[in-house]
Design a protein around this ligand. Structure first.
Ligand code: TXA
Ligand code: MG
Length: 299
């Protein structure tokens, strides 16, 4: 089911995850539909072996030390994406970094091994609810929306993983969780706390959203000849320097799957800006518009 792009909830030692093939944009988009997430938060990629991690992200000596000390376990590392990383840009919300974790759960690791791909997996609850720690919790929230639930009993730890950002100069605690801060500081030395809104990692660096270099013009119904057009739906204004469509048929799930890759593809200095056609504000359109508004905000 996972190889075919389906969603499968699976147990980990922290909480149940809602898994999708992390290399499949459509499967990742389906996670946001099932969870009714109004935003494209970056997700955690789950791997079975430490050696799988190095193909996805760049490990320095610090990251290797952390992986050796805490994997498998309730620690998520945020690291720079590897140049040939196969993970969907939607899964990491367009960021240049990737969150990685090797769960300490035999069933979870066996599943990932058999699928043969990293699994993107947020907690398997609807948006705004608490994380599930039994298969029954998952069923109560997501039954009818996902392909299957693997029942592994109650999660041993019951709270989410600790997230440490190693993408910048100073290690930063992004989320406290299953591995204690003291245990991490015993390996890394003192770590910094994220800003209260979780947004800024270091001066001048926006960690939490991807934004293109070019200005974005939203709700565009016409396009200038020096603009690139990010289109949606069958009826296009003419005259753009270049056009990429999020979905010619007006399918919001397809549009979400294409969003970050399309923005990156159009973000080239030969254009004066990117004109974005109106996207309907329902279903995944809410999350698409949330991201577009942030990307269009003055910087
Ligand atoms: O224990 C856990 O971590 C569970 C199980 C299923 O593994 N997963 C989980 O995933 O809690 P989720 O999606 O609910 O939380 C992921 C967190 C989000 O707060 C997100 O902002 C952060 O990880 N995150 C993911 N990628 C990131 C990145 N590249 N940079 C900064 N934060 C990132
Ligand atoms: Mg969650």
């Amino acid at each position: 089911m996972l190889r075919d792009g389906g969603l499968v909830a699976f147990p980990t030692e922290t909480v149940y995850g809602l898994g999708a093939d992390a290399t499949n944009d459509r499967a990742v988009a389906a996670i946001f539909v099932a969870k009714e997430r109004p935003r494209f938060n970056p997700l955690i990629m789950h791997i079975a072996e430490a050696r799988d991690a190095e193909a996805l992200a760049r490990f320095d000596a610090r990251a290797r030390r952390m992986a050796r000390a805490f994997w498998p376990g309730a620690l998520t590392l945020v690291l720079p994406r590897a140049p040939d990383c196969t993970v969907s840009l939607l899964a990491s919300a367009g960021l240049g970094t990737l969150a990685l974790r090797m769960p300490a759960h035999d069933l979870a690791r066996d599943l990932i091994r058999r699928v043969g791909r990293p699994l993107a997996a947020p907690s398997a609850n609807r948006s705004g609810r608490v994380s599930p720690t039994t298969a029954a919790h998952v069923a109560a929230e997501l039954d009818g929306r996902i392909a299957a639930i693997i029942d592994g009993g109650t999660c041993r730890i019951g709270i989410e993983s600790t997230i440490i950002d190693l993408g910048g100069e100073r290690p930063t605690l992004l989320r406290p969780g299953g591995v204690a801060r003291e245990a991490i500081e015993a390996v890394l030395g003192p770590i910094a706390d994220a800003a209260p809104d979780g947004s800024v990692r270091a001066p001048g660096m926006l960690a939490s959203h991807y934004a293109p270099e070019l200005p974005l013009r939203l709700e565009a119904r016409t396009v200038r000849t020096d603009e690139a057009l990010l289109a949606f739906g069958p009826a296009l204004p003419s005259g753009a320097a270049e056009t990429l469509s999020l979905s010619e048929s007006g399918d919001l799930v397809e549009a979400a799957a294409n969003l970050f890759a399309a923005l990156r593809a159009l973000d080239r200095p030969q254009f004066a800006g990117i004109a974005v056609m109106p996207i309907p504000d329902h279903g995944l359109g809410l999350a698409i518009n949330d991201r577009l508004r942030r990307a269009a905000a003055p910087r």
